[in-house]
Design a protein around this ligand. Structure first.
Ligand code: ES4
Ligand code: ZN
Length: 318
């Protein structure tokens, strides 16, 4: 079986509808019924509605122990699909929304990572993430917490959310603070924003990787530059199809990025929302893009080399 590594998954977006209901029940919390469809799956229509559904589901993660459960549950599923390493975005803003401290949030996730390592030998690390549409001030606040509160499992800083809002330069204070503290960063760019959004991100922010970056396919010069500069791309084909960016996996440009010599990785983004998993992404990529086992192993190696964890851990994983 091909070993897998994942660099782009939103922890709050890994909880299945069943787990969200279970956590709400154990906390005696009420979930907005509009969170689910009649078949019990998450209810959303487009990307922006997805972001709102994500917030409602995340609101059921109420305690440090809930974060531990969500993390363990996700890593257990990944380990069953032969994943050996998972880097998870987690959002202190979502934790704060339910009254959880920055430290409790991270300690809960860390406990889940430890449980999963003991049970399955899988490794996990955390990317603390801010949310673009929450605005630059909240992002800077997350960055300040990030640098003031070092944590063994927190290996980098990221930003997700609605690319249409604000400009990358508005987030330069947050990203520069993190970079000056010696940490790598990644930013969602070139998903719902076009190639100009990627260009703006590269011009304004110190990023080591790009979340998605897929819209670089629309600008040959930019694509070439990404390949030349070896900027790893956290590609999420299943997510892109689910949110309507491409009509089908066959029409997704993943293979064109490989052919252009870009450093590509495969990721699930928000697995239960997008009816995918890290294993499914590998299987479907093999099927639709004609990838061999050697190609898939190469993608895993790309991910491990581009990971934000220590060189020592990378060597163990490679
Ligand atoms: C996202 Cl802020 C956020 N959360 C989950 N998934 C996302 N995709 C893009 N932004
Ligand atoms: Zn994402």
């Amino acid at each position: 079986m091909v070993k897998k590594a994942e660099l782009h998954v939103h922890l709050e977006g890994t909880a299945t509808p069943a787990l969200v209901r279970q956590m709400a029940a154990r906390n005696g919390a009420r979930i907005d019924p509009a969170t689910f469809k009649s078949d019990g799956e998450f209810a959303w229509t487009d990307f922006w509605d997805f972001l709102s559904c994500y917030d409602k589901a995340a609101a059921a993660i109420l305690t440090k122990d809930d974060y531990r459960t969500v993390t363990f549950d996700y890593l257990a599923r990944c380990a069953r699909e032969d994943a050996i390493y998972v880097e998870m975005f987690s959002s202190p803003d979502h934790a704060a929304e339910v009254g959880m401290s920055y430290a409790d949030h991270l300690d809960g996730i860390a406990a889940g990572i430890d449980d999963a390592r003991t049970a399955f030998g899988i490794e996990g690390r955390i990317i603390v993430t801010c949310v673009r549409h929450f605005g630059p001030e909240r992002a800077l606040n997350v960055a300040r917490k990030f640098v003031a509160t070092p944590h063994d499992y927190v290996v980098g800083f990221g930003m997700g959310g609605d690319e249409a809002q604000f400009h990358p330069r508005d987030f330069a204070p947050a990203f520069n603070l993190v970079r000056d503290a010696g940490f790598p960063t990644t930013n969602h760019a070139g998903e719902f924003g076009g190639p100009e959004s990627i260009r703006a991100c590269l011009d304004e922010l110190p990023v080591s990787r790009l979340g998605h970056g897929v819209r670089a396919i629309e600008d040959a010069e930019l694509l070439e530059e990404l390949a030349e500069k070896k900027i790893p791309l956290e590609m999420c084909p299943g997510s892109n199809v689910a949110t309507g960016l491409y009509k089908s996996r066959a029409l997704h440009p993943f293979k064109a990025f490989m052919k252009a010599g870009a450093i590509v990785t495969l990721n699930s983004d928000d697995p239960p929302f997008f009816a995918t998993s890290i294993g499914h992404e590998y299987t479907e990529a093999a099927r639709f893009y004609g990838l061999s086992e050697a190609d898939l192993t190469g993608i895993t190696r790309n991910a491990i080399r581009a990971a934000f964890c220590s060189e020592t851990l990378k060597e163990e994983l490679l």
